[in-house]
Design a protein around this ligand. Structure first.
Ligand SMILES: Cc1cc2nc3c(=O)[nH]c(=O)nc-3n(C[C@H](O)[C@H](O)[C@H](O)COP(=O)(O)O)c2cc1C
Length: 240
């Protein structure tokens, strides 16, 4: 599971509530390096096994449906769990912190990725890679893995589907680093196709939310079980 830094419970609450499973922490390169560094180190301390740096959110995309439902504002009380302490200890300003943390620093560069690597022993996974060019630069900068992701299509209308760019990226990267994919995975056959096109693993976003909305924990378990069963069947039927 990849924990969002904008979660409504703190990363510590989540990690200590359930010690099983593998958890990675998702961060942005925030404009305030003290926040980025502290979040990475808190995740490491709480037992996360990887740092996922979302690199496709240097601006927040315009989300029509979100604008319709919430006026395009991130509700303040939904993202304070991980950041509140930075307001209390003066690292961030109470009045402006939502704007400071809702997206990554637009002026971030590859040097920031090198810096994040230097402040943690955890593997670094770059999430939001959509081109061969960026994938190869990521290899040069010795990150541990990349995730082909278009943020669930939420950032920019018209970007390619991740499944359509996965093959060229995984071919270019070869076995130098691991390649993952997310976006639009809805069935076990979607998983099989991504694995066949070079992904080492896939991730899912909305399906677990749908399961949660439908029937809480049981609904989430259902979604995961359906995907596993469908993948297993698709593998058997395709001779895998
Ligand atoms: C409601 C919602 C919130 C999201 N929030 C974040 C986020 O805070 N950070 C991030 O890197 N990606 C975020 N994403 C993108 C997901 O991490 C993921 O890339 C995407 O949902 C995968 O596509 P799928 O939903 O089709 O499976 C969000 C997606 C949704 C739908």
């Amino acid at each position: 599971m990849i924990l969002s830094s904008g979660s409504s419970l703190s990363l510590e609450d989540i990690c200590y509530a359930h010690s099983g499973g593998t958890k990675w922490m998702d961060i942005y390169v925030w404009p305030n390096p003290r926040v980025t560094k502290d979040m990475v180190q808190r995740a490491e301390q709480a037992g996360c096994k990887g740092i996922v740096v979302s690199v496709d959110i240097c601006q927040v995309g315009f989300r029509r449906r979100m604008a319709y439902v919430a006026g395009n504002n991130v509700p303040r009380n939904s993202i304070n769990a991980n950041f509140d302490k930075y307001c209390k200890n003066g690292i961030m300003n109470e009045a402006t912190y939502v704007d400071e943390v809702k997206c990554g620093d637009p002026s971030a560069t590859w040097a920031d990725i090198d810096w994040i690597k230097s402040i943690t022993k955890l593997p670094i996974i770059l999430k939001g890679i959509m081109t061969v060019e960026d994938a190869l630069i990521a290899v040069e900068h010795k990150v541990d893995a990349i995730m082909v992701s278009n943020h669930g299509g939420r950032q920019l209308d018209g970007v390619p589907a991740t499944i359509d760019v996965l093959a060229e990226i995984s071919r270019a990267v070869g076995d130098k680093i691991e390649v993952y994919m997310d976006g639009g995975v809805r069935t076990g056959t979607d998983v099989l196709k991504a694995l066949a096109l070079g992904a080492r693993a896939v991730f899912i976003g909305r399906p677990v939310i749908y399961g949660l909305a439908y029937k809480g924990e049981e609904g989430v378990k259902n979604v995961l079980q359906i995907l596993k069963d469908e993948l297993s069947l698709a593998m058997a039927l395709s001779g895998k």
